[in-house]
Design a protein around this ligand. Structure first.
Ligand code: 13P
Ligand code: 13P
Ligand code: MG
Ligand code: MG
Length: 371
């Protein structure tokens, strides 16, 4: 029987401001999921906080897009929202963009990364959670994990990785998708995913003929929900999550977390309107402070055992990432000095999805025609 791992997240309120998930919300979510574990709906769970985002990681047998699992996540977020409102937390219910659950949380505000697969004898899995950025922030690291031989030694020296991987890319503006193989289509792939606000990596699959893994079972998945498209106005950034499997024909665990040693620039940060470095941190530092950031990523590492979680290991709680964090702070300082100027502030096209158009409208009739 296959295992499904679902990581479903929502910002249902935080303190102070957009800083951090309150521990009472974590406790509330744990209670809800413990009930579901007791009645057999899920086999195991972990509740975590990444900045202001409440993260529900669940192991079960119900498959992807199960209305029961999505219903459970929705009810859990509702319960946490209720507590957030009682405490008058900031943005209580922020990502709950619909009043009525109709079978799937997709398109309702929460972000979802789910994958169903056949468990191997040993199944290492990393749950990545980012705050103050958008799904395209995963493009660079996921590309490096599965397609860059300077990151992943296994692409060169492991015969089971050597043939490369298959990427599923979503065009989140036009709602279409394309599958591309690496290494042979590397340059075409990069032409798309370098435009990270539009083309996002949704899944990675083993290539046809992989010696150890079925080609139709994903090895990585990223949440790609866009809040703006759902709400029709700026309500917050679409802080993304991802699940990545490792080892035995896949990149090793150290290869999966290696791309995060480079604090690449992502969009998000203050008011979802600024470019800044993504800083890998331990859960202890999963709280957004300076200028509501800088954007952060946490990583929880597990062995999956019959749809239960052995772990987590807080993977960025390691001095090996100190230099990265220092670099991220230097970049944050450098970017901040630009104040309201691009490229710290996002380009106009992306500011369309923020509150800026309201300001621009006000100025509209003061513009005079020129020859
Ligand atoms: P061990 O020899 O410690 O099992 O490590 C093997 C490996 O592939 C590390 O990336
Ligand atoms: P979140 O998307 O994490 O809620 O942050 C929104 C924001 O405006 C931060 O300044
Ligand atoms: Mg928030
Ligand atoms: Mg957030």
């Amino acid at each position: 029987m296959k295992t499904t791992i679902s990581l479903i997240k929502a910002d249902v309120g935080s303190y102070p401001g957009h800083g951090k998930v309150h521990p009472v919300l974590i406790e509330t979510a744990k209670k809800e999921l413990a009930k579901a574990e007791k009645n057999g709906l899920i086999l195991d769970f972990h509740v975590m906080g990444a900045g202001d985002d409440l993260e529900l990681l669940m192991g079960h047998r119900a498959g992807e897009d199960s209305s029961k699992i999505h219903g459970l996540a929705w009810r859990t977020f509702e319960a946490a929202t209720k507590v957030a409102k009682e405490l008058k937390l900031y943005g209580a219910g922020q990502d709950m963009l619909s009043d009525a659950f109709s079978g799937n949380v997709k398109g309702m505000g929460p972000g979802i990364a789910e994958m169903e697969f056949t468990e191997r004898p040993a199944e290492p899995l990393v749950a990545f959670m980012m705050d103050k950025t958008e799904p395209g922030a995963f493009n660079l690291p996921i590309y490096k994990i599965f397609a860059d031989p300077f990151n992943t030694a296994g692409l060169v020296i492991d015969p089971n990785c050597h043939a490369g991987f298959k990427f599923e890319i979503w065009d989140i503006q036009e709602h279409r998708r394309v599958f591309m193989n690496t290494p042979e289509e590397t340059y075409d792939l990069l032409a798309l995913i370098g435009a990270k606000s539009r083309y996002v990596i949704k899944r990675v699959f083993p290539k046809e003929g992989h010696p150890k893994l079925p080609e139709d079972e994903p090895v990585a998945v990223v949440s790609t929900e866009k809040l703006y498209q759902i709400a029709g106005e700026y309500v917050g950034k679409d802080d993304p999550v991802a699940l990545v499997r490792a080892q035995s024909g896949l990149p090793a665990l150290g290869e999966v977390i290696e791309p995060f040693a480079f604090p690449h620039l992502v969009s998000g940060w203050m008011r979802g309107s600024h470019n800044g470095p993504i800083m890998p941190v331990s859960f202890k530092y999963a709280q957004c402070t300076r200028f509501d950031g800088p954007p952060r990523v946490v990583a929880a590492g597990f062995q999956i055992s019959n749809a239960t979680f052995v772990g987590p290991v807080d993977l960025f709680d390691d001095p090996a990432y100190d230099l990265t964090r220092k670099k991220a702070q230097e970049i944050a300082e450098y970017m901040r000095r630009h104040g309201p100027f691009e490229p710290h502030r996002l380009p106009l096209a992306e500011m369309e999805y923020t509150t800026l158009p309201k300001i621009m409208n006000k100025l509209g009739d003061r513009f005079e025609k020129m020859e």
